[in-house]
Design a protein around this ligand. Sequence first.
Ligand code: AMP
Length: 249
Amino acid sequence: MKVLVSVKRVVDPNIKVKVRSDNLAVDTANLKMAMNPFDEIAVEECVRLKEAGKVTEIIAVSCGTAQSQEVLRTALAIGADRAILIESAEELQPLAVAKLLKGLFEKERPQLVFLGKQAIDDDCNQTGQMLAALLDLPQATFASAVTVANGMASVTREVDGGLETLEVSLPAIITTDLRLNEPRYVTLPSIMKAKKKPLEKMQPDDLDVDVTPRIRTIKIGEPPTRSAGVIVPNVATLIEKLRGEAKVI
Ligand code: AMP
């Protein structure tokens, strides 16, 4: 069974970002970049399915500039078998990525497509759902457990106040949540081995996809700064302040 897993290059989640001076985007110049954390979980899950004998081939795909090869090499080091870069200098919005993944799905015909539930840069949480709609395939989003057997995937989802378990027939689209697994540490030998694995490049035109952005950002800004807190000496003062100053009691 073949699986496709998408990996996006984003700003390292440990870095505090700043708004660009034109207020139209976050300033990513000279920042450390990394694989989107939910995508790392997705790759790890595919590798675990392969280790369990359920999957035979893992194809990692990234859409973006040539620098996205870095995250593809990481996916190969975690255990993907081959990688595809769909190269574009355009700002790729979820609909464009979903169309590119649809094109690749039709070429590769995998039984499962894994995506992260959201990219931590745009926080859209849309691509997996759009892909399922474009392909008219079953989807199970926010997976916190996945089992595959007899042409079906059983997916446990984290929902408000509990867990929901769904069964979807394959092929299907799955998006990963934080608690699905803990990605393995990538070792030096696996990084060296990944350098020899195949990495193919293609263009949106090869898949007949127009990636022109459909949404224009008007403005982005920093969140309002919080005023400094005050340490109160005792409960009586706290109550006095809540009543007199904050007027919440
Ligand atoms: P989003 O809908 O933008 O929050 O992204 C959800 C998921 O779609 C991500 O976790 C990735 O798995 C996938 N995705 C989004 N953009 C890209 C991209 N440029 N390249 C590869 N995968 C992507």
